[in-house]
Design a protein around this ligand. Structure first.
Ligand code: NAD
Length: 373
């Protein structure tokens, strides 16, 4: 009784939408689609499914007919971005709520995106990050243990590596972790809790350490909407469409090919797809594992700016600044493990495609803002 009242109070909302057929379906998805349709899988709880990466994953899950419940407090996410399944507005740290969602919806898998994600904010307000990321994940894991959830996929980050010693080499998963900000530490602590719980229960997990996520859904219906974004391609796209005046480049004297920092940019739809491949891996009995998620090659800040200007067709205003503390010269994912473990073939490994979809989404956001006036 108390629980159902709580669910009503936080405003449960049903959004039954017709699944769209995936426009360009993945090979491995096609291969297993028959199996999946032939089996009746249990439901999936997606935390943070109204956010940037979560909403792209929900879209792909919905397109292949998975039964989804999204739990999101809408602190940075948008209800409109949840294209499939049911949205419950609430917090991952609310153990009683999570347990009731899992039990009521016959859920055996959790895909956990929900987190606070802004690195500078984590430095100025560390307890927010240990609270919302680490403590909330602890409560979520307790709810999973109490309700016998069997599969857990966790959004982790390359920030757990800190500044790898050998910046010229791609970062392998065994690189010692040494986060240099509370955001990275809060995620690493969540990884540790998840591993420790899996060791003593039937829970199996996949930890995905994302590198730099960028781009937007190629259909143009969802994208990255968070205000005050700090990630390069999003910010550059905002400058291109006139939402910001200029782009700051921090550091032009790194030991890289053009002096600016190099990063591994992965398109958000490929990343979303890696979650579906992780789900299939766990469902087919795969062991708990941790994998980098990137393309295994990188672009410098200048190369990204060139791509934005090329795709946009006009120069953007750039201001060069000193290096920022804590930025490694280069951060590239070693990707052998993910390719060996998952049936995952990226489809958008092309900088201009990443930039084009980002620019299209910025224009779409502007159109939506104008139509609301
Ligand atoms: N964007 C990147 O480049 C990147 C890189 C590495 C890792 N990650 C990880 O990916 C995940 C998703 O990031 P994103 O970029 O989509 O961020 P986002 O802010 O767009 O999405 C996070 C979502 O979680 C929700 N949320 C936050 N705290 C919550 C809570 N306690 N309970 C319920 N909902 C909550 C927010 O409302 C939002 O919808 C995060 O865990 C982040 O650490 C992101």
């Amino acid at each position: 009784m108390a629980l159902s009242v709580a669910v009503v109070l936080i405003g449960i909302r049903l959004r039954k939408q017709t699944s769209k057929v995936a426009q360009a379906s993945r090979q491995h998805s096609d291969d297993i689609k028959g199996d999946i349709q032939g089996m009746s899988h249990k439901g999936i709880l997606v935390t943070g499914g109204a956010g940037y990466i979560g909403s792209h994953t929900v879209k792909l899950l919905g397109e292949r007919g998975e039964r989804i419940v999204v739990l999101d407090d809408l602190s940075t996410g948008n209800a409109e971005a949840v294209l499939h399944g049911e949205l419950v507005v609430g917090k991952t740290g609310d153990r009683a709520l999570v347990e009731s969602i899992i039990t009521d919806n016959d859920i055996d898998t959790v895909i956990h995106f929900a987190a606070s994600t802004v690195v500078p904010e984590s430095v100025s307000d560390p307890l927010k990050y240990y609270g919302n990321n680490t403590c909330s994940t602890r409560n979520l894991l307790e709810a999973c243990r109490n309700t016998d959830v069997r599969q857990f996929i966790f959004s982790s980050t390359a920030a757990t590596y800190g500044i790898p010693e050998n910046a010229d080499e791609p970062c392998v998963e065994d690189t010692p972790t040494a986060p240099i900000n509370p955001y990275g530490t809060s995620k690493l602590m969540s990884e540790t809790m998840l591993r420790d719980l899996s060791a003593v229960t039937p829970l199996k997990h996949v930890i995905l350490r994302y590198f730099n996520v960028a781009g937007s859904d190629p259909d143009g219906c969802i994208g990255q909407s968070s205000p005050n974004a700090t990630l390069l391609i999003k910010v550059a796209a905002e400058v291109a469409v006139g939402k910001r005046e200029q782009l700051y480049v921090f550091g032009t004297d790194y030991p890289t090919r053009d002096g600016t920092g190099v990063r591994d940019y992965i398109h958000v739809s490929d990343l979303a797809d890696a979650h579906l491949a992780s789900l299939d891996y766990l469902r087919s009995g795969g062991d708990s594992t941790l994998m980098n998620c990137g393309y295994g090659h990188g672009f410098s800040v200048r190369e990204v700016i060139d791509a934005v200007e090329r795709v946009h067709g006009e120069p953007i205003k750039v201001i060069e600044e000193e290096r920022r503390a804590g930025d490694p010269p280069s951060l590239i994912a070693a990707t052998d493990r993910i390719h060996k473990t998952l049936d995952w073939t990226p489809r958008f490994d092309d900088l201009d495609t990443i930039v084009r979809t980002s620019l299209e989404w910025e224009r779409e956001l502007q159109r939506r803002a104008r139509s609301q006036k």
